[in-house]
Design a protein around this ligand. Sequence first.
Ligand code: AMP
Ligand code: MG
Length: 425
Amino acid sequence: MTRKALLDDCFLHDKDRLRHDEALAILKKAVSPVVEIETVKLENALERLLAEKITAPRDVPMADNSAVDGYAFRHADFNDAGGFFPLQQRIAAGHTSDLKLAPLAAARIFTGAVMPPGADTIAMQEDCETHQQDGKDFVIVPQGLKKGANCRKAGEDVAEGSEILGNGQRLRPQDLAAIASTGRAEINVFKKLKVALVSTGDELRRPGEVITVGDVYDSNHFLLRGLCATLPVDVKDLGILKDDAALVETTLRKTAEEYDVVLTTGGASRGEEDHMLQALDTLGNRHMWQLAIKPGRPMMFGKIGKCTFLGLPGNPVAAMVCFLNYVRPVMNVLAGGDFIQPQSFQIPAAFDVPKKKPDRREFYRGFLEMDDNGLTTAHKFMRDGSGLITGLREADGLIEISEDVTSIEQGDLVKFLPFSGFGIR
Ligand code: AMP
Ligand code: MG
């Protein structure tokens, strides 16, 4: 019997496995939004993905107004009046004045109040003196103010007709503020992606259950559930699936009919007790398999009907690294957004790696430290086994080392990906 070439890769060298960039390119090409659109109130739109383009229906601010509490005058009048202006009118925020500013006069004005017609410059009240003469109020404005000082121009924040936010953008607090400033109370967002979460393995038990030697608590469920919470998705817990080929296949078939995504952990290798691969090949299409990365080599991506299948390795570190690198951008696209890539910084390494295998990309768990001179360096955990949750917990992010690097010396710049850039707070 001839086997599919891709399946036979436990004998492959890293250079024959799928590279990180190739995997990203395949994923990016293979996915597009699957969710519908719904209208929500602005107060319920935080962290959702926008399903429309928001343009400004009018200038923000709508009219020229004052940036300070002070006195509005006509800059050209300054020399003639010698900075000594009679006060002609008073305008508070929320009020407008139709009264044109008289020649050689000033108006008392407050922050946010609309400028009176004719005025073009405002002096801060702290810089001015007031004066009374013959029962009339005057203001003495100091020298040196530029024309237009302390004025906010109409449309200087957002000009009428300009695009404020684009389709697919994740809505942050400041984005909602910008939408609110246009007067919109409701907006269109993408519905949340429906994700079914499945852990697989005879050895797994849920916290609260009794375990005996050989059993393992299902920590990945909580890891992945938490990671999913950084995306606009609704997670359904399908519990733990036993290592039983028929059961795995039936469960996947049924789940694929009801959810946008099935995200599994465990059973991703080619051991006799690993049934995910076989089930996926039977039910749908598998798009990738072994990756030239460490940790996290086996990672599945495929389609069962309309449902996207994402199969993560069982080792917690590998599961997290694969989630952050591959599952996160895929789910964000399916949910209506971009193929998001993490923020990264070049930071000097505080460690040596005398020998790194070529042809594969490595992700270390790392943390940053600042020395007495204010120089920040990247540290790597010495114990970096793929089953150790401790390093994940103590890390601030990942250190990404590319395929061509074969050694690292202290001081070499390395790519640091803070967890915060993956939405983990
Ligand atoms: P597998 O991918 O099923 O071969 O599992 C690889 C390793 O990860 C084994 O040591 C499993 O016991 C462990 N493992 C698998 N699933 C989980 C899980 N949900 N939580 C914690 N450890 C797991
Ligand atoms: Mg297993």
